[in-house]
Structure formats: C-alpha cells, structure tokens
Design a protein around this ligand. Sequence first.
Ligand SMILES: Cc1cc2nc3c(=O)[nH]c(=O)nc-3n(C[C@H](O)[C@H](O)[C@H](O)COP(=O)(O)OP(=O)(O)OC[C@H]3O[C@@H](n4cnc5c(N)ncnc54)[C@H](O)[C@@H]3O)c2cc1C
Length: 382
Amino acid sequence: MQSSSTATASPKNVIVCGAGVIGVCTAYFLAQKGAHVTVVEKSAPACAASGKAGGFLALDWCDSGPLSALARRSFHLHGHLADLLSGPTAYGFRPLEALSLTVREADAPKRGPNLPAWVDGSATFAASIGTTQTTAQLHPYLFTRKILDTAVEKYGVTVVKGEVKEVRLSEGNVASGVVVDDGEVLLGDCVVLAMGPWSAKSPVISELCRISGVKVHSIVLRPQVPEAIGPQALFLNYETAEGVSMDPEVYPRPTGDVYICGPSEEVEVPDDPQQILPCKESIITLQKVAQTVSSHLGSAELKAEQACFLPTSEDGIPLIGKIPDMVGVYVATGHGCWGILNAPATGESLAELIIDGKAKNVELKPFDPARFTKASKKISDC
Ligand SMILES: Cc1cc2nc3c(=O)[nH]c(=O)nc-3n(C[C@H](O)[C@H](O)[C@H](O)COP(=O)(O)OP(=O)(O)OC[C@H]3O[C@@H](n4cnc5c(N)ncnc54)[C@H](O)[C@@H]3O)c2cc1C
C-alpha cells in the first residue's frame, strides 16, 4: 500500500549520476517516494570511497558543527535500515565501542590497563570515546550494494553503465536529461549530481564550488585467529620510530577482518576510479601500525591494499540541494570523511526536497549550494 506522501507526490523522472553511497541512498529514497529513477554509473557501484571506507558511524561526533542534525538523523536511519534489510548480517552492521589510544613505535610492547586483550602491543589507553549506544559500523561496499539492490528489486530503479558528460538544459535552464558517453541522451525532468570527487569535473558544479579529493590509504587484514579480535574501533594518536605523528584508525569487522586506514596525500583525482592505486610506502606504514598495536594483526594475512579519495568542498561542508539558477538540477557531494554515516539522511532529505519541496527531518540550509554563488560570497565577506 502506498503512503499518503507517495500517493500525492507528483511523479518525477530523476537521473542520479554516480553510484557511490550518496547517489545510491538518494536513488533509494526517491524511488521509495514514487519517483522513476535511473542511476548512471561510469565504472561500477561502490567502486570508489564508498566501497573502500572504514564504515564507522557515530551519533554525536559531528555535534559541534553544522552536520549535527544530518549525522543524528543518519545514525538513526542506519539502525532502521539494518533492521529492515534482512538483519545485521546483510552488510556487517553492529554497534561497537570506540577507544582513543596513544601508540609510540619506540615503546616496548606491554599490556596496559583498560585495553582489550587483543591490543597487546605498545598502546596506552587514553579515553573511551564511543559506546554501543553512540557508535556503530558497517561494511561500506556491502551496504551500498544492498541499498542499490533493494532500490532496484523493490522500487524499480534502473542502473545504466555510462559516463555522464553533460547535464542537458532546455529553455529557462530547466533540466531535460543528461548526455552519456559518446552522445546518447537520457531524458529526465530532474538530475542529481552525486559523483563524489568527480563532481568537480561537471561545469555545473565547478563553476559554483571547488570539490577537491584527498587520497587516503587503507589495508584489510585477516588475523590467524579472527575470534581473538574484539568489537572495539581504535583511534590512534600514533608516533613512528622516526618521530612522525599520524592518526590511523583500526576497525575490526564482524567477519573477522580488520580494516586500517591512515596515510593521506594531496594528488590529482584520476579520471578512472579503477586507476586509484595505493602507494607501497603507505601500505608498509599501515602494516607497521598493525604490528605495533597487536601481535594478532602483525601476523595477519594482508587481504587488500587500497586507496580512495575523500570528496571535500571549499568550506568542508557537504553540498546538498538545488543548483542556483537552474530548475530540476540538484547536487549531493562533499561529504568528506563522514559520507557513509551521512548518506541515508542526505538521500532522504534530498528526496523530500525534490518530491515534496522541503526536507522534513533535517534543515538543509547549511548545505545549500547557493552559499557559493558570487552574491552569497560577497554578503558573507562583509
Ligand atoms: C580511507 C577512507 C575511510 C573512510 N571512512 C569512513 C567512515 O568510517 N565513515 C564514514 O562515514 N565515511 C568514511 N569515509 C568517507 C566516505 O567514504 C565518503 O564520504 C563517501 O564514500 C563519498 O561517497 P560519494 O557517493 O559522494 O562518492 P564516491 O564513493 O566517490 O562515488 C562517486 C561515484 O560516482 C561515479 N562517477 C564519477 N564520475 C561519473 C560520471 N561522470 N558519470 C557517472 N558516474 C560517475 C564514480 O565511478 C563513483 O562510483 C572514508 C573515506 C576514505 C577515503
């Protein structure tokens, strides 16, 4: 049975560009509200950051800034989606604790107080920074695929493989579709640009705001005794033997794998997501982190070495909303290091804005792309 909002909403023919977690969640909520949705992806769904992220979620870690309401709503939606989509095993959703630790490679291994048994290296407990009420995790690749599969199977979303080259506008700057690959036109009365760091390549976005990408490395390990690893995410204040400081993160997954991310670099985003290759030095650094934190991780099999880009806007705040001076063209990008957390509320809010004219659960004003127009910039400079 249709909900009342579905029954009264005017149907839209929406083209969502990009099948990362943001595009996929937007497609899911739009289709749930009755829109006819086509997702266009140039490589493969979740091939970039959305498949290679940590998948850590926090209720209140964004509370001090404009992301607070978005993050809180999203944390709630993640719990709801995990219940709905065939239980937690579908994509490794589970609440877990988060600990802040200080680690110095120069220190001898010791079993410090308040540390989980598997953290038997050179770590010192600093603080408990998340409980099973406030922090959780999921596998980002499996989550993104599950949302997309559900959108296709339950709500009739269509997925097209192709590279969006251009947004088609008719008279009055009204969206009429997108141009894909070598000129094929996909018709639609609404276009959502959700291409992560590649959003910057669309003139519609680049003329408004610079979206940059920071390349971050990660590894996935398979410990010899996976059951020995407990459900604690570790946030490290880490010093190498050479005195270099960094902040790697360690996420044990319910499957028994352990994900570790850390070293980053500012480099150009390659055109093809499949060409994002890790640098060996960063991978070796992450293996050293693993070995310093836990003997279980030091002896683990290296299952994956990878890198991906964080999409970041000029002011560090996502762009979620309508492109100024155009009708039916929207953007959702720039989610930085919290895109997996904030994807459901981004998708829900954008779907409400597009179909109902206003987001119900989250005030989208802080994310309005119009803040980057010349007129808005002048006012904020005064
Ligand atoms: C190492 C690392 C760890 C992270 N850990 C976490 C975490 O623990 N928790 C958290 O909340 N967030 C985390 N993040 C952040 C999160 O991964 C990102 O914010 C999020 O994945 C961005 O999703 P997206 O859909 O905007 O972009 P992407 O995942 O980059 O997807 C963009 C998609 O658009 C496609 N595309 C590009 N150009 C075109 C085109 N012209 N036509 C069609 N398709 C196109 C691409 O192929 C790609 O599939 C992490 C990020 C990194 C790098």
